[in-house]
Design a protein around this ligand. Structure first.
Ligand SMILES: C[S@@+](CC[C@H](N)C(=O)[O-])C[C@H]1O[C@@H](n2cnc3c(N)ncnc32)[C@H](O)[C@@H]1O
Length: 186
């Protein structure tokens, strides 16, 4: 499955190069109204970072960033975007198959996962957060949309992350999202 995903996403990003590069450097679109909650220092891990628009935005904001994605094409674009914006020294991008879990790395002040869903990763995302660190997750949802294999059921994110300090959460129009702070664990 992961190999099929890799080929499919590589093809999409190759088309994107022709149509729309360089990509936009933006906060994750589902969190555009809550940009002030995102840190300006520390270390961020971005899962399924795609062509790097969010990671580079975070680096320009002042963070050190590790972005990972299964698509080598996307990772190549992300590295190029970082170089074009003079933040290569703040960014590391790697091809990683998240079907195998999160990559090794330090605790993160920010874990972002935007429009990629793998429920098996939810506990690992929480473990990777520093106490007080920000978790930002947005997924496709069945709420206001037809059920589908990649979509979260109603309440999935609040069920998975409700033990954190929830700052914002919502569902609707086929999406679900949550912003939550890591808590001290014993
Ligand atoms: C809808 S895109 C979202 C990209 C980016 N986060 C954004 O919001 O623009 C989904 C991303 O998940 C990546 N992806 C799919 N399966 C993956 C896997 N098993 N491991 C890592 N990344 C994966 C794809 O390459 C693609 O970049």
């Amino acid at each position: 499955m992961a190999q099929e995903d890799r080929v499919r996403w590589d093809q999409r990003y190759e088309t994107a190069v022709l149509e729309a590069m360089p990509g936009p450097i933006t906060p994750p679109s589902k969190f555009g109204d809550h940009v002030d909650l995102f840190p300006t220092t520390g270390f961020a891990l971005e899962l399924a970072c795609g062509s790097g628009g969010t990671s580079v935005w975070l680096a320009l904001r002042g963070l050190k960033v590790h972005g990972v994605d299964i698509s080598g094409t996307a990772i190549g674009l992300a590295k190029k975007l970082a170089a074009e914006n003079a933040v290569s020294s703040s960014c590391r991008f790697d091809v990683v198959d998240l079907d195998r879990g999160l990559p090794e790395g330090p605790q993160a002040d920010l874990v972002v996962c935007h429009l990629f869903r793998d429920v098996r990763l939810y506990p690992q995302m929480v473990q990777r957060l520093t106490p007080g660190g920000l978790l930002a997750v947005a997924v496709l949802s069945e709420v206001d949309a037809k059920p589908g294999p990649f979509r979260a059921m109603a309440g999935e994110l609040t069920d998975a992350f409700g033990h954190l300090e929830i700052l914002e959460a919502g569902e609707g129009d086929g999406h679900a999202w949550i912003l939550a702070r890591g808590i001290e664990t014993a």
